[in-house]
Design a protein around this ligand. Structure first.
Ligand SMILES: *[C@@H]1O[C@H](CO)[C@@H](O)[C@H](O)[C@H]1NC(C)=O
Ligand SMILES: *[C@@H]1O[C@H](CO)[C@@H](O)[C@H](O)[C@H]1NC(C)=O
Ligand SMILES: *[C@@H]1O[C@H](CO)[C@@H](O)[C@H](O)[C@H]1NC(C)=O
Ligand SMILES: *[C@@H]1O[C@H](CO)[C@@H](O)[C@H](O)[C@H]1NC(C)=O
Ligand SMILES: *[C@@H]1O[C@H](CO)[C@@H](O)[C@H](O)[C@H]1NC(C)=O
Ligand SMILES: *[C@@H]1O[C@H](CO)[C@@H](O)[C@H](O)[C@H]1NC(C)=O
Ligand SMILES: *[C@@H]1O[C@H](CO)[C@@H](O)[C@H](O)[C@H]1NC(C)=O
Ligand SMILES: *[C@@H]1O[C@H](CO)[C@@H](O)[C@H](O)[C@H]1NC(C)=O
Ligand SMILES: *[C@@H]1O[C@H](CO)[C@@H](O)[C@H](O)[C@H]1NC(C)=O
Ligand SMILES: *[C@@H]1O[C@H](CO)[C@@H](O)[C@H](O)[C@H]1NC(C)=O
Length: 616
């Protein structure tokens, strides 16, 4: 009897009860609303929110709104994405006068429903990866705003399609239909009346810079949206994302890069689902085998998304683990969702050093995959390409490419259902290549370093599980001009960009038999953060985003019968001229505190800076 109880709750933690789930898109829990007190019907639907940096344009009035799509997603599983035609809005100011464009997704849902993953593509280029909250019988509402200025060249086009994929199951049990509206907001005025970019540029000590004839300097040159965006995505019948079910599945697309490309950046979109939704908490297979468990959630806790060109590894990423609203304990994520749940982060790789290979006028195969993956991951990418408008052909050559180096170590202890599993991995890469365009001969050097550490512990005969993970990433992109007159004080260096990211994660799950048969009592804690620091010359940007949650729930199968939960979130960001902090506290689906300020606690920031980014 006891055996079956323990095994069953392992199933709960580790195994999606595939047969009892009507959709492969949910492995978290469903929050049954029967236990929550009914809300006052005269109140508007509860707004669900994600705490993020406000957009600089939020305070401005858009020059125009364009309704892009309005659709209700009921029974949509297995169907192709919803497609509508998009044309650059004629009623809006022309694209050349856009300062910012913002995509807004407003949505409602009423009933019982799991969280679902969704993607938005413009002409096959992914512009938003989002997940939905779980609704209530009284209805919920949420609004996601994303600055999509970097996709301006696509939004300036006409007669292309905008597609939305949101696979949902609609039946007597899962009654929630997602009503989604997408709107484009166009801004023409600049958000911040800051010193001109040229002034900043001079202060950075980069000299006068190298001009491409139109912008006047490198800073502006570097920050303009790409001229062309080429998708590395699937054909679209089941969404444009590639579905990666194991390590040997590779999503690939043959692409021809224009001969006058001078810069290329690959932007990666990724999300983990199914048996890998909680990849960071998967024990090694031998733990599962030794204990005769039936869960498929194994293969250890290390995953790495990789990018290859013609079969050669050029970049890799350990993605930030986004927790969907049904994840670990759904009561944590109401009404404040987990970091990134409404706007999953995408990851940029500067591939300019590889232009020497790509500018031969031939097609090249861009390939995406996930190392150690188990079923399944949704992955695609966009190639942002900047063209040299002053010439038809750009010359480029590789100076150096060290194939990324990888090191890994494992340690474990195993004693029946108890055990400890530790994995550490490190990846470093280094590439450099030159591009000779009408702007001069510039060498781009990209150095990347990733450190990963994960420890999973089982105690109490397997009833207590803790996961501690640390990920640290550092990317440095340096541009060097070969004509020394451009910036002789700086050894030819005309621009240097650094990005550091850290994302610690701790999950604790303690499971005990519940009061009623087939029910379980789970005490859970989650603490995670996404900390970033980027610098560009002497300009810098730092942001800290941390959530801590604790609580309990009574569970039967995948349903939460009752429980209590508390989440505290602390967000703070800063650069030379602005700062923003927001503290949010929520408990039992109510927002208790939500305070934001733009007053800089600079000493605190400096301490955090030193402490959080120590060792880089
Ligand atoms: C631990 O769990 C296993 C499997 O459920 C069970 O057979 C065993 O008796 C338990 N051991 C203890 C000490 O409770
Ligand atoms: C979307 O929701 C936000 C937040 O409530 C609201 O400010 C905005 O006007 C809505 N957008 C549209 C197009 O209704
Ligand atoms: C979507 O737009 C329609 C038409 O403007 C409106 O009636 C509906 O309330 C909107 N829904 C949401 C979720 O914003
Ligand atoms: C888009 O399609 C419409 C109708 O097919 C056509 O009239 C229009 O010229 C096209 N616009 C562009 C920019 O191709
Ligand atoms: C990986 O997945 C593909 C596609 O589902 C399948 O054909 C292949 O056999 C799998 N490979 C392994 C090693 O499991
Ligand atoms: C070459 O790439 C282009 C897109 O860049 C694509 O349309 C074309 O089909 C590719 N050709 C081959 C032979 O794959
Ligand atoms: C697992 O199953 C095998 C074969 O049925 C059995 O010999 C072994 O004792 C089982 N191990 C555990 C830990 O239950
Ligand atoms: C550009 O600079 C690199 C390194 O300084 C050099 O190897 C290359 O020959 C130069 N290319 C051209 C076309 O001048
Ligand atoms: C877990 O959450 C509970 C309830 O909020 C809290 O009392 C406890 O201190 C937390 N434990 C840890 C290890 O954070
Ligand atoms: C600081 O950040 C704000 C908000 O994102 C931005 O508008 C502004 O341009 C930044 N200032 C500098 C000097 O980078």
């Amino acid at each position: 009897m006891k055996v079956s109880i323990i095994f069953t709750h392992f199933l709960l933690l580790l195994l999606p009860l595939a047969s009892s789930l009507s959709s492969p898109f949910s492995d978290g829990f469903l929050h049954l609303r029967s236990f929550s007190p009914p809300r006052d019907n005269s109140l508007p639907p509860q707004q669900q929110l994600q705490v993020t940096q406000p957009l600089p344009s939020d305070l401005l009035t858009p020059a125009c709104y364009v309704s892009l799509l309005s659709h209700s997603f009921g029974q949509t599983i297995g169907e192709p994405p919803v497609d509508v035609e998009y044309s650059s809005p004629e009623t809006c100011p022309s694209p050349s006068s856009w300062s910012n464009i913002v995509l807004e997704m407003n949505a409602t849902c009423i009933g019982e429903q799991y969280d679902r993953i969704a993607g938005v593509w413009l002409d096959g280029v992914e512009i938003l990866r989002t997940s939905t909250p779980e609704p209530t019988p009284d209805g919920i509402f949420w609004s996601v705003r994303k600055d999509v200025t970097r996709y301006s060249s696509l939004f300036a086009r006409s007669n292309i399609s905008i597609s939305v994929m949101l696979e949902n199951v609609f039946n007597d049990v899962y009654t929630g239909v997602f009503h989604v509206n997408l709107t484009l907001l166009v801004y023409t005025e600049s958000a911040v009346k800051s010193p001109s970019i040229g002034d900043w540029f001079k202060k950075l000590g980069f000299g006068s810079g190298v001009s491409d004839g139109s912008d006047g300097n490198w800073l502006a040159w570097d920050q303009k949206p790409a001229d062309l965006i080429v998708p590395v995505s699937d054909n679209g019948d089941l969404g444009f994302w590639f579905r990666i079910g194991n390590e040997s599945v590779v999503g690939s697309r043959s692409v021809e890069i224009p001969k006058n490309a001078r810069k290329i950046v690959l932007e990666l979109y990724v999300s983990a689902h199914g048996d890998d939704e909680f990849w960071y908490s998967n024990p090694p297979d031998f733990y599962i085998l030794t204990n005769n468990l039936t869960t498929k959630r194994g293969n250890g806790a290390f995953r790495e998304v990789f990018v290859r060109i013609d079969g050669n590894l050029v970049a890799s990423e350990i993605p930030f683990p986004v927790i969907f609203t049904g994840g670990i304990n759904p009561l944590f994520w109401e009404p404040v969702v987990a970091i990134g749940a409404f706007d999953l982060p995408s990851y940029d790789f500067d591939l300019t050093p590889f232009l020497g290979l790509l500018l031969d006028g031939k097609n090249h195969s861009f390939q995406l995959g996930v190392g150690r993956a188990i079923d399944f991951w949704l992955v695609d990418a966009n190639l942002h390409v900047w063209l040299d408008k002053g010439s038809e052909v750009v010359e480029a050559g590789a100076a150096l490419h060290h194939p990324p180096r990888f090191g890994e170590s494992w340690e474990w202890k195993l004693d029946g259902l108890d055990g400890e599993f530790e994995v550490e991995a490190e990846r470093s890469s280094h590439s450099s290549g030159w591009v000779a365009c009408s702007c001069g001969n510039v060498t781009t050097r990209v150095v990347r370093k990733i450190k990963f550490k994960n420890k999973i512990k089982f105690k109490g005969n397997g009833t207590y599980k803790s996961v501690k993970q640390h990920v640290k990433l550092k990317t440095e992109v340096t541009l060097k001009s070969s004509s020394s007159s451009d910036a002789d004080d700086n050894d030819g260096v005309i621009s240097k960009r650094t990005l550091k990211r850290k994302y610690p994660l701790t999950v604790i799950i303690d499971t005990q038999p519940g009061a009623a048969a087939d029910t379980y009592l789970m005490r859970t804690n989650v603490s995670h953060a996404l900390n970033e620091k980027s610098s560009f010359g002497r300009l810098s940007w730092t942001s800290y985003n941390r959530q801590r949650s604790g609580g309990w729930m009574a569970v039967k199968d995948h349903s939460v019968l009752s429980g209590a939960a508390h989440t505290h979130q602390s967000f703070s960001s800063r650069n030379q001229s602005t700062c923003y902090t927001r503290q949010v506290e929520a408990a039992d689906a109510e927002l208790l505190t939500d305070v934001s300020t733009s007053v800089c606690p600079s000493i605190l920031h400096e301490l955090l800076d030193k402490y959080l980014f120590l060792g880089w």
